[in-house]
Each structure stands twice: as C-alpha cells, then as structure tokens.
Design a protein around this ligand. Structure first.
Ligand code: ADP
Ligand code: GLC
Length: 492
C-alpha cells in the first residue's frame, strides 16, 4: 500500500523530541513490510540534505491577503523510503522549529497550514497515497482539509487518513481569525468541529475528521479519554472511541544499542557487561565528576525540560536525595525555571548533581550507556523512548506508572528475579523518593542487580510488530474508504 507520512520533524533531518525518532524509524519498518512509503517534512534551517532536487517548483497556497508559493524538494530515498521537504524559506528557514525560549513563533498557524496544504497539492503531482498518516497538530489540517475544502477533489476520492497523537499537551490553539486568514470556512468554528473555548483547535480538527486515530501506547489511549489526561479533548476522543487505539512506539536498535553505539567509548552486551564500567567513567569525566567513588550508582536524566516530565517532583526531593549515596547526571534543555533549578542544584551539591543544559545527542548516548539507573518520573508520558533505550543499555529505569512508561516497565521483584525497573503511581515527591531509595538498596546486591539489568537488555521493542499493527489499520481505513467514497463523511 502507498502511505504518506506527514510530520513536522523526523530524524535525521530535524528533531526536538521523540516524534522525530518515530518519523525516522517507522517508515523504514513499513517499507521493510513491503509498503510504498513517502515522508513529508518541512525544510528547516537545520535540515541537512546531501543532494536536494526540486521536484515541485511552485505550489500556490491561498491566504486571505495574498498567495504564497511553496516548493517541494526531494531528499532522495533511504531504505526504500522517499523523503520530501516543503520549502518556504520565510516560514521555515529559522533558528528553531517551533519557537524561541521567549515563546512559540506567532505565525505557527500559517506555517503549518501552508505545510499541510503544500503536501496535499504536492501529492497530486508526485502520487496520491492511499493513506495519509499524519502526526500531531502541525499536520492536523491534512485530514481537516481533505474532508472540507478538498471534499470535491477527484484526486482524493478514496484517500484515507490515520492520525497519531504523540502528545495531548500540544494542540495548536489559535484565535478564531486564523480561519479566514487560512481560507478555511467559518462553519469549522463550531463545538462539534474545531472550536475550543473560543479558540480554533487544530488537534480537535484532526480528531474530528480523521478516519482513524492512534496514540503511542495502549495505556495512554485509555488515559486521554479521561479528564485527568485529556487536556479538555477527552469527550471528543470518547465520541470516537471505536476508532481510537494505542500502538506502542518501537525503537531503532541500529541507533540505540550498547553493542554498536557510535558515541560510547566501550561496547558491551548482556554476555559481557565489562564495557559498561568504562562508559560510566567516560560519562563522569564528560560531566567533570572526577573525584567520585566509581562504585556509587549513577542516575541519568535525558529530557526536554518541560512540566510533563515531572521536574516539580524532582525539585521537591533533591535536597534529601543528595544525602544518599549516588550521583545524578542530567542533560536537558527547555523551560527556563527547570534549567535554573538544575544549575542551582549543581552549585549546591557539586559532587552529587552534575548538569548540562544542552541538546546533545552524543551526551544522550553516553548517559544511556554510562548510568546505572535512568529517571523518568513523568506527570504524563504518551510513550517515552528513553526508558526503552535504557532497558537495552542495562540502565535500570525508575519511572512513574503512566502511559507508555507503565506499558514498557515491569516492576522488579527480587524474590522471583523478574521485572525490569522501578515504578511508582502517586504523583508526589514522597513516592518518587521512596522508589529511588528502593532502587539504591537493590543496587547494593550486584548479583541480583545484574539479573535485573539483563532482564531489561533482553526485551525487544523493535519496530516490526508495531509497524504491522499500523499496516492493519491502514488496510482497514483503505477498505472502509473504498466502500464509502463520500469525501465529507468521516468513517466511524
Ligand atoms: P519526548 O518526545 O516527550 O521529548 P521521548 O522519550 O519520546 O520524549 O523522546 C525524547 C527523545 O529526544 C529521545 O531520543 C532523547 O534522547 C532525545 N532528547 C531529549 N532531550 C534531549 C537532550 N537534551 N539532548 C539530546 N537528546 C535529547
Ligand atoms: C511525544 C511524547 C513521548 C513520545 C513521543 C513519540 O513527544 O511526549 O512520550 O514517546 O512523542 O511518540
């Protein structure tokens, strides 16, 4: 089947978080199953293309005051997947993808509306897929456009749409005036379509108009239908419950494996763990922790610094955690208050809490390999990839039992020797501290700790199984569309 993935970031061309990892790896897994796959991304300043070729010179995108003209550049094929980039320098040739530390770019609605329209128009020249698989609010207008202003376009008569929600916390909320600006009809501004507390909600549009909705773990697919995790869209999702499902993200073990990692000083495997000690030494040196006892457990953190990731709990317990026999090594960037918090903690406990405020892929790999434990106390976590990487590196995850963290980590039971990590449920500092202390106690018995490490290392979260599940959904959508090719109709 021909699938077109549409997203705002994808490895190796652009990345701010896990979405990029997914968009980098899922297409290859789909191609390996025999699907024809194309991927559409914006061409940002950070997008490096070795041999770009313009394949569509000019696409007219209507705005209320003028036409804008985008083009599409081919990035060639990789592992059977074709990559295309929407080029419009005024919108995408900027330092960051979505905004600066001061906030989101004020024209994000225009930027990603242009992107979505350009993708639709480009496929009319490059080949219309059977299914558009869109990701997060930045590509949410694709299903909306298809079922509204494009409803009479014969080119798209049988096309289906699958929409994957990677994070309910980012919905694409804009003032009502964006509708006429983007040449979208006012009747979208109703409660049953895109209106949301007086604003236009792109994500709500996608949930309303897509044929099928997925999210990135089973647990999160249930959570987002509740008030606690739905960010106000739980009712809209419940209305579509028959077409909402969770498919766990896979991970790319070519990129994330201690046996082949390009960024680590030593390689290791479940059969021979000795290289991990060298990785730990190298990690501590990279963070300038040179006088610490190498036997102390190292707890790693790699994260976007955002409220979602549970940093308020970390701030509650750090004073007390710093009294324990351990070292925290944290890499992250994002919200200023959390950056400042870590810098302050580092000043206060220089031998216990080491920090790099940065976005650095090489250091992220060193932390996965060189730490003994990996901390992810998220308030919510649609899937989470770092805890899955950690398992492969024998770096034992300490997580909150939410979303994908709950689906991927099994609690360690020293008596049976089963389990892969440590979990807590209540979102408070005490539960987190207690759980970290349990992990620190377990670490003292190195014989059973190695059983725990190996349990995690033997888990397989590669993409193949999840790609097959997506394949089934594409098939279902394709058949349903072929049976009822009425464009405006949303399949239920
Ligand atoms: P999210 O997408 O919510 O940020 P995930 O766990 O799904 O969380 O994915 C995060 C991805 O981004 C991982 O590949 C992780 O290594 C990477 N990452 C996050 N923060 C940083 C950072 N500061 N430096 C380098 N890589 C980072
Ligand atoms: C989002 C989520 C994260 C998930 C990633 C990829 O950024 O926060 O949990 O792993 O998307 O699906």
């Amino acid at each position: 089947m021909h699938i077109a993935l549409v997203a705002s970031e994808g490895v190796p061309f652009s990345k701010t978080g896990g979405l990029a990892d997914v968009v980098g790896a899922l297409p290859r897994a789909l191609a390996a199953l025999g699907h024809q796959v194309s991927v559409f991304l914006p061409r940002y300043k950070q997008t490096k293309l070795s041999d770009p070729a313009t394949v569509v010179r000019s696409i007219t995108i209507p705005f209320d005051d003028k036409y804008r003209f985008a083009s599409v550049v081919s990035g060639g094929s990789q592992s059977g997947v074709k990559f295309y980039f929407v080029e419009y320098q005024q919108f995408f040739d900027r330092d960051a993808l979505y905004g600066t530390p001061a906030g989101d770019y004020p024209d994000n609605a225009e930027r990603f509306a242009l992107f979505s329209r350009a993708v639709l128009e480009a496929t009319k020249i490059l080949g219309v897929p059977q299914v558009f698989h869109c990701h997060d609010w930045q590509s949410a207008l694709v299903p909306v456009l298809l079922r509204t202003v494009y409803a009479e376009d014969p080119a798209f008569r049988e096309v289906g749409t699958v929409f994957t929600i990677h994070n309910m916390g980012y919905q694409g909320l804009f003032p009502p005036e964006v509708l006429p600006l983007l040449m979208l009809p006012w009747d979208l501004f109703t409660m049953s379509k895109m209106e949301f507390f007086g604003q236009v909600n792109f994500l709500k549009g996608a949930i309303t108009y897509s044929d099928y909705i997925t999210t990135v773990s089973k647990k999160y697919s249930q959570e987002i239908q509740t008030a606690e995790y739905g960010f106000g869209l739980e009712g809209v999702l419940r209305d579509r419950a028959a077409t909402v499902t969770g498919i766990l993200n896979g991970v790319d073990y070519e990129e994330w494996s201690p046996q082949t990692d390009k960024f680590t000083v030593a390689k290791y495997s479940p059969q021979d763990l000795s290289g991990k000690g060298l990785c730990k030494k190298d990690l501590l040196a990279a963070f300038g922790v040179t006088h610490a006892d190498p036997k102390l457990p190292v707890i790693g953190i790699v994260s976007r610094f955002a409220a979602q990731k549970g940093f308020d709990l970390i701030s509650q317990i750090m004073d007390r955690l710093a009294r324990e026999e351990m070292i925290v090594v944290a890499l992250g960037a994002g919200d200023k208050p959390y950056e400042e918090m870590f810098i302050r903690l580092n000043k206060q406990f220089p031998n216990k809490i080491a920090v790099k405020v940065a976005y650095d892929n090489a250091i992220a790999h060193k932390i996965e390999a060189g730490s003994d434990m990996f901390l992810m106390p998220s308030k919510y976590e649609p899937c989470g990839l770092n805890q899955i990487y950690s398992l492969k590196y024998g770096t034992v995850p300490i997580v909150r039992a939410t979303g994908g963290l709950d689906d991927t980590i099994e609690p360690w039971d020293a008596r049976t020797g089963r389990g892969t990590g440590f979990k807590f449920t209540e979102y408070n500092g005490e539960s987190l501290l207690l759980t970290i202390k349990q992990a620190l106690v377990a670490f003292r018995d190195q014989t059973s700790w190695q059983v725990l490490m190996r349990n995690g290392m033997s888990k397989d979260f590669s993409w193949n199984a999840s790609a097959r599940e997506y394949g089934k959904i594409y098939e279902r959508v394709k058949q349903a569309r072929a049976a009822a090719p009425v464009m405006e109709k949303v399949l239920v």
